[in-house]
Design a protein around this ligand. Structure first.
Ligand SMILES: NC(=O)c1ccc[n+]([C@@H]2O[C@H](COP(=O)([O-])OP(=O)(O)OC[C@H]3O[C@@H](n4cnc5c(N)ncnc54)[C@H](O)[C@@H]3O)[C@@H](O)[C@H]2O)c1
Length: 256
């Protein structure tokens, strides 16, 4: 019960890392609002959590819509009185080098992965000011190192990294008691990665997987729970002296 009595909002909670994090936060005592643009997926995750005897609610939310951010956050305050933890996790990945990424794809990836994290952080800071809280922004190893085939994704995740630091400094200097940190997962076995690999076609997919596994010093891909455990740590008071920092969980990928 490391976060007993806290109220948490996890975006993109219907799948992969968001689903695992919703479970982990609920297991440790939080009431978790699982939001997703896929309302059925959010409901499935919230139902699973409740079936295990923990507390969760499902909400539809498109993180790119600012009005929905105001509504979801004010709804949480009305129903529960406080919001203590926000995990800005919803994200999408589109492949494309600098030569073949369209402006439309660039804007879409940056709207979901970067602009939405800005809007979510802003909405959460507004209601956490009085009580304090922890905001956890999911970036990626792709926010730290480049990849020739994901220009827009690289840019969106690097934006999350630096916006997190600016917001963390502002909140610390303002004495709000709000900590804001970024998490940088490596290759994690989730539908996002599985769909991306499948889109490459059978031959390229096999070559990609071999290349990826060879470049991970620990030799295996990570599991969603590996990231959920890092998110739980940042959500809890165990990380009380951390703000503006980067938690890299990547099997050693960026160590060399
Ligand atoms: N899987 C990895 O290897 C990996 C590595 C580094 C970073 N990440 C990041 O972790 C986060 C979660 O990724 P995942 O691998 O669990 O992906 P996933 O595809 O399994 O889950 C992403 C969830 O986000 C939701 N979503 C997408 N667009 C949305 C929107 N506009 N509004 C609300 N919800 C939306 C999807 O419906 C889905 O449920 C993402 O930000 C991703 O970039 C993943």
């Amino acid at each position: 019960m490391r976060i007993k009595g806290k109220v948490a909002l996890v975006t993109g909670g219907g799948s992969g890392i968001g689903a695992a994090s919703s479970h982990r936060l609920a297991e440790e005592g939080a009431l978790v609002v699982v939001s997703d643009i896929d309302a059925d997926a959010a409901k499935r995750v919230a139902d699973d959590i409740m079936a295990c005897g923990f507390r969760a609610e499902a909400r539809y939310q498109d993180v790119t819509d600012q009005e929905q951010w105001q509504n979801i956050v004010s709804g949480i305050i009305e129903s529960h009185g406080h919001l203590d933890i926000l995990v800005n996790n919803a994200g999408i990945a589109l492949t494309g080098s600098i030569e073949d990424t369209t402006l439309e794809d660039w804007r879409l990836v940056n709207a979901v992965n970067s602009e939405a994290v800005f809007m979510g952080t802003q909405a959460a800071v507004a209601v956490m000011k009085g009580t304090g809280g922890s905001i956890i922004n999911i970036s990626s190893i792709e926010g730290l190192v480049g990849d020739p085939l994901i220009a827009a994704y690289n840019a969106s995740k690097a934006s999350v990294r630096m916006m997190t630091k600016s917001a963390a400094l502002h909140c610390a200097e303002s004495g709000y008691g709000i900590r804001i940190n970024s998490v940088h997962p490596g290759f994690i076995e989730t539908p996002m990665v599985a769909n991306g690999v499948a889109a490459l076609g059978e031959e390229n997919a096999q070559a990609f997987q071999e290349r990826i596994l060879n470049s991970i010093p620990m030799g295996v891909m990570g599991q969603p729970k590996d990231i959920a455990n890092g998110i739980l740590f940042l959500a809890s008071d165990e990380s009380a002296y951390m703000t503006g920092s980067e938690l890299v969980i990547d099997g050693g990928f960026t160590a060399h």
